[in-house]
Design a binder for this molecule. Structure first.
Ligand SMILES: C[S@@+](CC[C@H](N)C(=O)[O-])C[C@H]1O[C@@H](n2cnc3c(N)ncnc32)[C@H](O)[C@@H]1O
Length: 220
C-alpha cells in the first residue's frame, strides 16, 4: 500500500529531491515520503508561523517546512549530534532559507528550557525514548490550539508487541513509547490521533479547555 501511495507522489523542489538523495546516500535518517506529503498538507491547512522542530539531522524536514509553509513562517530546529552540525548549516545556506531557520545545537531537553513560546507547531523527530521526557517543555511552549506532531511512534509495529517479544535492548524505548502514547491520549489538555502513517505518527492539539469540560459547560 505504501509503495503504491508513494508511487503517486509528485515530489518536491529539485533542491529537496537532491537533499533527500544526499541524506539517504549518507545514511542520515529523514522523514519518509508519506510523512513529507502529510506535513506539506498540514502546513497548508494550519499555516503555522512559529514552528519548533526537535531533531534536525541535516535539515531536510526544516527546509521542507520553510519551502511549503507560509512565507512568514519561522522555524527553530534543535540537533545534538555534532557530526551533523556542519552539513545542516551548509544545507540551510544552500537552501536560501537561512534567514527563516534558526539552528540550535545541543540536547533538546536543555535547549527547550531556554526557549520562549508560543509555537503554533512542534514537530518531534528525535530519539524516540526521549519524547516522554520532552513533553512538559513541549506543553509549555505550545500555544493553545497549537499542534504537536510526533514521528516514528509505532516503531515498525514493535510498540504493539508484549515487552517480552521485543529485543531486550529495545525494551526501554518500547516502555517509554507506550507511556508517551498513553499520556498523549489521556492528557487533559491534549486531543490526539495516532495515525499508522510511515513509521507511525501522532497529531495532538493542545486545548486549554478540554473537550469534556467544554461539553459539560455547554450542557449546563
Ligand atoms: C530522525 S532524525 C531527524 C530527521 C529530520 N527531522 C529530517 O527529517 O530531516 C533524528 C535526529 O534527532 C537527533 N536527536 C536525538 N536526540 C536528540 C536530543 N535529545 N536533542 C537534540 N537532537 C536529538 C539525532 O541526532 C538525529 O539527527
Amino acid at each position: 500500500m505504501t509503495a503504491y501511495i508513494n508511487s503517486l507522489d509528485t515530489g518536491h523542489t529539485p533542491f529537496l529531491e537532491k537533499l533527500e538523495q544526499e541524506a539517504k546516500a549518507a545514511h542520515v535518517p529523514i522523514i519518509r515520503r508519506e510523512m513529507q506529503s502529510f506535513l506539506k498538507v498540514f502546513l497548508a491547512v494550519q499555516k503555522p508561523k512559529r514552528i519548533l522542530e526537535v531533531g534536525t539531522a541535516v535539515g531536510f524536514s526544516a527546509i521542507l517546512m520553510a519551502e511549503y509553509g507560509v512565507p512568514e513562517a519561522r522555524i527553530t530546529t534543535i540537533e545534538n549530534y555534532e557530526k551533523r552540525f556542519q552539513v545542516a548549516e551548509e544545507n540551510f545556506h544552500r537552501s536560501g532559507y537561512e534567514d527563516r531557520i534558526t539552528f540550535l545545537k545541543g540536547d533538546a531537553a536543555e535547549v527547550m528550557k531556554t526557549l520562549e513560546g508560543p509555537y503554533d507547531l512542534i514537530f518531534m523527530d528525535a530519539a524516540k525514548g526521549q519524547y516522554i521526557h520532552f513533553l512538559p517543555e513541549v506543553l509549555r511552549l505550545l500555544r493553545d490550539g497549537g499542534v504537536l506532531i510526533s514521528d516514528n511512534v509505532l516503531q515498525d509495529g514493535d510498540v504493539i508487541e508484549s515487552r517480552f517479544a521485543v529485543e531486550r535492548r529495545n525494551r526501554t524505548i518500547h516502555k517509554r513509547m507506550r507511556e508517551y502514547l498513553y499520556t498523549l491520549k489521556h492528557h487533559p489538555n491534549l486531543l490526539t490521533s495516532i495515525i499508522p502513517l510511515g513509521d507511525g505518527i501522532t497529531v495532538s492539539v493542545k486545548q486549554e479547555m478540554p473537550q469534556k469540560k467544554v461539553r459539560q459547560e455547554q450542557e449546563v
